[in-house]
Design a binder for this molecule. Structure first.
Ligand SMILES: Nc1nc2c(c(=O)[nH]1)N[C@H]1C(S)=C(S)[C@@H](COP(=O)(O)O)O[C@H]1N2
Ligand SMILES: [Mo]
Length: 413
C-alpha cells in the first residue's frame, strides 16, 4: 500500500491523482508537503476517502501504529514523516518524532518480554528480563536518528529519476535523548568469544518474511560503548511506536540498524547476511560496487545533511526574518552551515544556535530578507572533519543517503 507510494504507475494514490488531471510533478510536491491527505484534497470531491487513517479506523486489524498521526505527513503503512517546522527546541518531542515501520508497531508487555542472547560466538546463551537490563549501568545520550531513505523524493524532484521506496521528504529524522545500557555490557554478560565477528539484532515485529525486522553489525560497532539498548526517550518510557520496551541506538548509523522491540541477539563467528544488508539498505547503481553477499554497497553510516525548519514549499510574507534549521553529520560535530538564495553562486555563514550534544543534530539560524516573489534557499553543512554536502549524489536504485543541498522553494507575498 503506502510503501512504494509515488513511484509506481500502479500506485492507487497516483492513479487517483492522475485521473483527476494532476501532473506527476505536482503529485510529488503535494505528497511531500502534506502526504496522502494533500493529494486527496487536490483531487476534489469525486475521490472516495482513502487515506491510511480512514483505513485504520475501519478495519478490525490491529493498528499500524499507536501515536496520533495528525501532525505528520502520513505515508500509510510505511509510517509518519515529521514536519520539521513544528519543532523548535534541540530535541524532537516524542509525539512529533517520525515513525518508520516495515510491518506495524507491536505492543509488548514487559512481564512477557525477555532478551535472548545466543549464537556460536557466545559462551552461554542467556535470557535477560527487563529488571536485569535495569540493573546494568545506565547511560544517557543524545543522538539523532535518521532513516537511510530520508530525502528520497529528491532523487525524483532534483535529479528527475525516481528511486524505489517510500517517497520521504525531509522529515524521516528526529533528535532525542535516549537512556539505557551499553550493548557491550549485555553481550559481556553472555560472554563473547575473541573470534566473534558479527552481531545480529532481531525485533519482535513478526510480519516480514524472515520473522522480526533484523540487521547485523560488526562486533567492533556492537562493542562500542556508545552503541546502546535504550528503554527511555526524552525522559519518558520508550513509546510503543519507537520500540518499547527496548530498542537499539547505533549513533551515526542509518535508522534501519536501530532495531525496535529487540527480543533476540545472535553473535556469530561469521558475517551474517539477511535481507537488510543484501537487498535492502544497499546502494545499487553504476557508481557503487557490491560487497559480500549484498547486491550493492552496504549502507552503514549516514551522510551529512541540513534542512530548513519550514514547510516545503514555504509561503512567507515580505519581511526580514530569522530562518532556522537542522544540520547533522555522523562523523563529527557540525562546524558550519552556509546558506545561499542565488542558486549557490554565493554562500553566507549561518549562526549555530546551540552547542551540539553528543551525537545529536546542530540547530542553525540566519536572517533573510525576502522580496516579493519566488525564491529558493539552499543550506550546506560542514563538519569538523571537513565533510560537506556534495553538489550531486550518484543515483542509487533504492534512493538512500541523498544529501545534496536542497533548493527549498519559498514564495514571498
Ligand atoms: N523492529 C523494527 N525495528 C526497526 C524498524 C522496523 O520496522 N522494525 N524500522 C527501522 C527503520 S527503517 C528506521 S528508519 C527506524 C525508525 O525508527 P523510529 O520509528 O523510532 O523513528 O527504526 C528501525 N528499526
Ligand atoms: Mo529506515
Amino acid at each position: 500500500m503506502g510503501v512504494d507510494r509515488g513511484r509506481r504507475d500502479d500506485d492507487p494514490l497516483w492513479r487517483l491523482a492522475g485521473s483527476a488531471g494532476i501532473s506527476r510533478r505536482r503529485f510529488l510536491s503535494l505528497l511531500l508537503a502534506g502526504g496522502a491527505a494533500a493529494v486527496l484534497a487536490a483531487c476534489g470531491d469525486e475521490i472516495p476517502e482513502w487515506p491510511a487513517d480512514a483505513q485504520r479506523a475501519q478495519t478490525a486489524e490491529p493498528p499500524l501504529l499507536f501515536k496520533d498521526s495528525t501532525r505528520f505527513i502520513d505515508h500509510g503503512q510505511a509510517g509518519l514523516e515529521s514536519r520539521l517546522e513544528l519543532q523548535s527546541g534541540p530535541t524532537t518531542p516524542n509525539e512529533l518524532f517520525f515513525v518508520r515501520n516495515n510491518s506495524r508497531s507491536v505492543e509488548i508487555k514487559v512481564a512477557e518480554w525477555s532478551l535472548q542472547i545466543e549464537g556460536d560466538a557466545v559462551d552461554d546463551a542467556i535470557g535477560l528480563s527487563f529488571e536485569d537490563i535495569l540493573r546494568l549501568p545506565q547511560r544517557t545520550m543524545t543522538s539523532y536518528l535518521e532513516c537511510a531513505g530520508n530525502h528520497r523524493v529528491m532523487f525524483d524532484l532534483l535529479q528527475g529519476r525516481a528511486a524505489k521506496g517510500t517517497q520521504w521528504g525531509r522529515g524521516a529524522i528526529g533528535n532525542a535523548e535516549w537512556a539505557g545500557v551499553s550493548l557491550a555490557d549485555v553481550l559481556t554478560l553472555a560472554g563473547v568469544s575473541d573470534d566473534a565477528v558479527s552481531v545480529l539484532l532481531i525485533g519482535l515485529d513478526r510480519e516480514s518474511p524472515e520473522g522480526g525486522f533484523r540487521r547485523a553489525m560488526p562486533i567492533e560497532k556492537a562493542m562500542h560503548p556508545d552503541t546502546l539498548l535504550v528503554h527511555r526517550m526524552n525522559g519518558a518510557p520508550l513509546p510503543r511506536d519507537h520500540g518499547f520496551p527496548l530498542r537499539a541506538i547505533v549513533p551515526g548509523w542509518v535508522g534501519s540498524s536501530q532495531i525496535k522491540w529487540v527480543g533476540r541477539i545472535v553473535v556469530s563467528r561469521e558475517a551474517q547476511w539477511t535481507r537488510n544488508n543484501t537487498t535492502s539498505y544497499v546502494l545499487i547503481g553504476d557508481d557503487y560496487e557490491s560487497q559480500g553477499e549484498a547486491e550493492g554497497r552496504v549502507v552503514t553510516v549516514q551522510s551529512i545533511k541540513s534542512a530548513l525548519a519550514l514547510p516545503w514549499p514555504a509561503e512567507l510574507s515580505a519581511d526580514s526574518r530569522r530562518l532556522e534549521g537542522y544540520a547533522h553529520s555522523p562523523r563529527g560535530e557540525i562546524e558550519s552551515v552556509q546558506w545561499s538564495d542565488d542558486g549557490g553562486a554565493t554562500w553566507r555563514l549561518a549562526s549555530l544556535t546551540d552547542r551540539q550534544v553528543d551525537y545529536g543534530w546542530a540547530q542553525f539560524h540566519f536572517t533573510w530578507e525576502g522580496s516579493v516573489g519566488e525564491h529558493t534557499i539552499m543550506t550546506r553543512a560542514t563538519d569538523v572533519e571537513g565533510h560537506t554536502q556534495p553538489d550531486s549524489v550518484p543515483f542509487n536504485e533504492k534512493g538512500y543517503l541523498f544529501n545534496q543541498p536542497l533548493p527549498h522553494p519559498i514564495s514571498v507575498s
